[in-house]
Design a protein around this ligand. Structure first.
Ligand code: ADE
Ligand code: ZN
Length: 334
C-alpha cells in the first residue's frame, strides 16, 4: 500500500488543533461579508500571500487579526463544522479542539456566543459524520493571570461541554508558573490539564519542567525541547506523559519540522503524536503532517501507526472509543 493511502486509512486522533487556526481565507471573506466588515486584502489568494511567518509572534499577529471576522454563534458553528468535515474526510475519529475565549471576549463577543456555536457543530458532526470531539479551553498567556482566572470562572456554567484547559499565545516571558493558581483551580473544578511549551522559546526546557513538575499537566503541546533534559525525558516516559507535536507548524515558527526529534523521542519511549495546530495558516491538515513525517523521517507504516496509537493513548477520549481505535489500527496490519 502506498504510504499516502496508508495515512488516509489510518484511524487518527487530533489533539493539537486551534479552531481559530482553521479559518481559511475563503471563509474569512464569507464571514466578513455576512458581518459587514471591510477587509484590507482583495482576495483569498492575497491573504495567503501575506502569510510570511518567521516566528511565533509574527504568526500570532496574523492569527488574531484573522479572527476578527468571527462575531456570531453561527460564525463559530460554520468554522467548527468546516474543520470537522475536513478532519472526518481524513479519517480523524476524535479531535480535542482548542478554543481561545479571551481572543473573543476581549473584543466584545460573549463566551456563550463562542461556545454555543462550537457545541452545535460538534453535535452535528458526531451525528452526521461520526467524528467525536471535545473542547479544550485555552488561556492566553500574554494576558494577566487574573484574566485567565476570571475566564475560568466564566466557563463554569459550561463545564459539561469542556474537557480540559490549555495555555497558548506568546510564551516568551510568560512561563507556566505565572498560571499556577489558575491551573490549581482548574484541576479542582475537574478540568484535565495541558499547556503549550512551544518549540525553541527562551527557557523552553525550564518551561517544560515547570509544566510537568510544578503544575502537573497530563500532556504537553509541542514540548520537543524536552530532549535538552534527559532526566525529564525519563519522567515523561515513566508517567506516560505525551507530546502533541506539529511538524508543519514548526517549519513556520522555528528552524525545521523537528521530525528528527519526534523519531528520537518516540525511540526513547515518549508518547509523541502528530497534529496540525493552525492548518489554515500553516497550509496542512493532519494527513499532510503525517506525510511530512513519512517524507522527512523516512519512516515506515508501522512508525506512523505508532504515532496514531500514541495519540489514542494520551487522548481524553472515552475508554470504549480508545479501545475501538486501537483495534482498528492493529487490524490495518492483518
Ligand atoms: N495559538 C494558536 N496556535 C498557537 C501555537 N502553536 N502556539 C502558541 N499559541 C498559539
Ligand atoms: Zn498550538
Amino acid at each position: 500500500m502506498q504510504i499516502s493511502e496508508f495515512i488516509q486509512q489510518l484511524p487518527k486522533v487530533e489533539l493539537h488543533l486551534h479552531i481559530e487556526g482553521t479559518l481559511e481565507p475563503e471563509m474569512k471573506f464569507t464571514l466578513a461579508e455576512r458581518n459587514g466588515i471591510e477587509l484590507p486584502h482583495k482576495s483569498a489568494a492575497e491573504v495567503r500571500a501575506s502569510y510570511d511567518f518567521t516566528d511565533l509572534s509574527s504568526f500570532l499577529t496574523a492569527y488574531y487579526d484573522g479572527m476578527s471576522v468571527l462575531r456570531t454563534a453561527e460564525d463559530f458553528y460554520d468554522l467548527a463544522l468546516a474543520y470537522l468535515r475536513k478532519a472526518a474526510g481524513q479519517n480523524v475519529r476524535y479531535a480535542g479542539i482548542f478554543f481561545d475565549p479571551q481572543a473573543h471576549t476581549s473584543r466584545g463577543v460573549t463566551f456563550d456566543t463562542v461556545i454555543s456555536g462550537l457545541r452545535r457543530a460538534q453535535l452535528q458532526a458526531e451525528q452526521q459524520l461520526g467524528i467525536r470531539s471535545a473542547l479544550i479551553m485555552c488561556f492566553l498567556r500574554d494576558f494577566q493571570a487574573e484574566y485567565a482566572m476570571a475566564t475560568l470562572l466564566e466557563s463554569l456554567p459550561y463545564k459539561q461541554w469542556i474537557i480540559g484547559v490549555g495555555l497558548d499565545s506568546d510564551e516568551t516571558g510568560n512561563p507556566p508558573a505565572k498560571f499556577a493558581a489558575v491551573y490549581a483551580r482548574a484541576r479542582q473544578e475537574g478540568y484535565l490539564l495541558t499547556m503549550h511549551c512551544d518549540v525553541d522559546i527562551e527557557n523552553s526546557a525550564e518551561h517544560i519542567r515547570q509544566a510537568v513538575e510544578d503544575i502537573g499537566v497530563a500532556r504537553i503541546d509541542h514540548g520537543t525541547n524536552v530532549i535538552e533534559n534527559p532526566e525529564l525525558v525519563e519522567v515523561l516516559v515513566e508517567r506516560g506523559l505525551g507530546l502533541t507535536s506539529c511538524p508543519i507548524s514548526n517549519t513556520w515558527v522555528s528552524d525545521g519540522s523537528k521530525v528528527g526529534l519526534v523519531k528520537e523521542l518516540v525511540g526513547r519511549g515518549v508518547k509523541v503524536c502528530v497534529n496540525s495546530d493552525d492548518p489554515a495558516y500553516f497550509g496542512g491538515y493532519i494527513a499532510d503532517n503525517f506525510q511530512l513525517v513519512a517524507d522527512e523521517g523516512q519512516v515506515d507504516n508501522s512508525f506512523l501507526a505508532q504515532l496514531s496509537r500514541n495519540a489514542v493513548d494520551i487522548s481524553w477520549a472515552p475508554l470504549a472509543l480508545k479501545a475501538e481505535l486501537r483495534a482498528e489500527i492493529d487490524a490495518l496490519f492483518k
